[in-house]
Design a protein around this ligand. Structure first.
Ligand code: NAP
Length: 461
């Protein structure tokens, strides 16, 4: 079943029948775009404007009248005007009495005013039925029809009937209304378009910080160290070699960071003996951005796959291969195939391919269009079980690749461990603790706690 509630159901626009008249105050960008879309959907549109002169920009078939005249022609009035001009509505209070006023306004800053624009409008005109809506749709999207990614229209208001009338218009325009409740939700709806990837901020900054750290770590060990102590210039490593070290390391670390908060949560629940105590704020926030961390990790893994595929094309690799062949020819001696090395290299590749496959599967299932089509149990199976499988395979892929270096003294340039050793710390810690958590003696009490059992039921915060 679709996880969204029934009121999110979109209906195709009906252009066959003439619908009621809707009034729009303001002939600006949004008023015109919305009017145009409404006329296409069969509504009669009458504009209330300071100037009744018809300009070329006004949609054909629309009337332009004074505010008072236009308001008398419709039961629903869309206020497509900035909040700072709302004062002009006060003298119209009598005409607007009982009418549904749709506040579509946005602000320039988050929480710019103490109350939302819709609540402000309702205070100015207490006799009108104010509904908030349409503010998350842009004039450009309405006009160009590019609404595929943002069909959802948040609607809220205290008058249920008025809200239904607005939601009917939303549906008639081919959009999807989402009832957010009373007018108290207006502030949240108004803040929504001002947020810039809110759930992505922490994962982005974390990824950026870690990428910069790992990049300079590799630069120091692979380029600067080699230049100082071996007098060799490997600065071209900056283009492919170093990115192809940083990407898999980032993918693995971020994938482990997706599962680490779940481990912390389990430990906290076991320690407190209840699931009814709140997690620390940092853990709550971390849990909420796991999907974003996972998707960034998948992007790094994909880059690693592409960088690896171009390896045979690189001048450095051809030079090294050629050097090996010539040295064998000069010595008149063919190196025998090292079976152990062949096994290691094939297992490393196979583990990487399988790990990437499950990683992609988990990533795809986290996208709303896919997750809406699986039930909760299926979603959890893919995200948890297959996600852990991807983590195990990717960790094994790194272990098999870098394992041989861990004990070699040359891996510790400037007494620093190789980047692959660093990348394994978090994933191995997550997997070891997870392994302990699935032991029946730990798993049983944890499952009971997650089903509502409390060790000390009387305890309260
Ligand atoms: P706009 O192009 O500046 O148009 C605003 C209109 O308000 C003007 O064309 C004017 O219409 C009217 N107006 C201006 N000063 C007025 C005053 N002193 N008294 C009465 N009416 C006045 O702005 P817009 O882009 O259409 O935005 C209108 C509202 O929609 C804003 O609150 C905005 O936050 C919201 N919104 C816009 C978009 C978007 O993509 N543009 C998206 C979502 C929400 P007349 O000349 O006809 O009187």
């Amino acid at each position: 079943m679709n996880k969204n509630s029934s009121n999110t159901m979109a209906l195709a626009p009906n252009t066959s029948n003439k619908r009621e008249t809707v009034c729009i105050f303001g002939t600006g960008d949004f008023g015109r775009a919305l009017g145009h879309k409404m006329i296409q959907s069969g509504y009669r549109v009458v504009y209330g404007s300071r100037s009744t002169q018809i300009s070329n920009l006004i949609p054909k078939d629309a009337e332009v009248l004074s505010h008072a005249e236009a308001a008398q022609k419709a039961a629903i009035i869309i206020i497509a005007i900035q909040r700072q001009h709302y004062n002009f509505l006060t003298p119209l209070a009598e005409i607007l009495h009982g009418k549904v006023l749709v506040d579509i306004s946005n602000n320039l800053k988050l929480n710019q005013y103490p109350e939302s624009n819709a609540e402000y409008l309702a205070q100015l005109l207490p006799g009108s039925r104010v509904v908030k809506g349409f503010n998350t749709v842009s004039a450009w999207a309405l006009q160009s029809g590019a609404l595929d990614a943002s069909r959802q229209v948040f609607v809220c208001g205290d008058d249920v009937e008025a809200k239904q009338m607005v939601m009917n218009i939303v549906r008639a325009l081919g959009l999807t209304p989402l009832d957010k409740g009373s007018l108290l939700a207006a502030q949240e709806i108004e803040n929504y378009p001002l947020q810039l990837f809110p759930m992505w901020k922490f994962p982005m900054f974390l990824s950026l910080g870690l990428t910069v750290f790992f990049f300079f770590y590799c630069l120091a060990l692979d380029v600067i160290y080699t230049y100082i102590y071996e007098h060799r210039n490997f600065s071209f490593f900056i283009a492919i070699t170093i990115p192809n070290r940083v990407c898999p390391v980032m993918a693995l670390v971020l994938l482990a960071l997706v599962y680490l908060p779940g481990i912390f949560a389990a430990i906290i629940q076991l320690y407190k003996g209840t699931k009814y105590r709140r997690f620390p704020n940092w853990l709550d926030k971390w849990m909420l951005c796991r999907k974003q961390l996972g998707l960034i990790a998948l992007a790094f893994a994909s880059l690693h796959a592409v960088f690896t595929l171009v390896t045979p094309l690189r001048a450095f690799v051809s030079w090294r291969t050629g050097k090996g062949i010539i040295s064998q020819a000069l010595n008149n001696k063919t190196e025998p195939l090292n079976n152990t090395n062949a096994w290691i290299s094939d297992s490393y590749l196979a583990l990487g391919i399988l790990g990437y496959f499950f990683f992609v599967l988990v990533g795809i299932t986290s996208l709303p269009s896919v997750s809406n089509n699986v039930n909760w149990r299926e979603f959890r199976f893919v995200q948890s079980k297959l996600g852990y499988l991807a983590l195990v395979l990717c960790t094994a892929h790194t272990l098999v690749y870098g394992g041989k270096w861990f004990l070699s003294p040359t891996a510790y340039k400037w007494y620093l461990p190789n980047i692959y050793i660093l990348s394994l710390i978090v994933p191995c810690a997550v997997l070891v603790v997870k392994f302990v958590l699935i032991f029946p003696c730990v798993d049983r009490p944890l499952t009971k706690i997650r089903q509502g059992w409390e060790r000390n039921p009387k305890h309260s915060e």
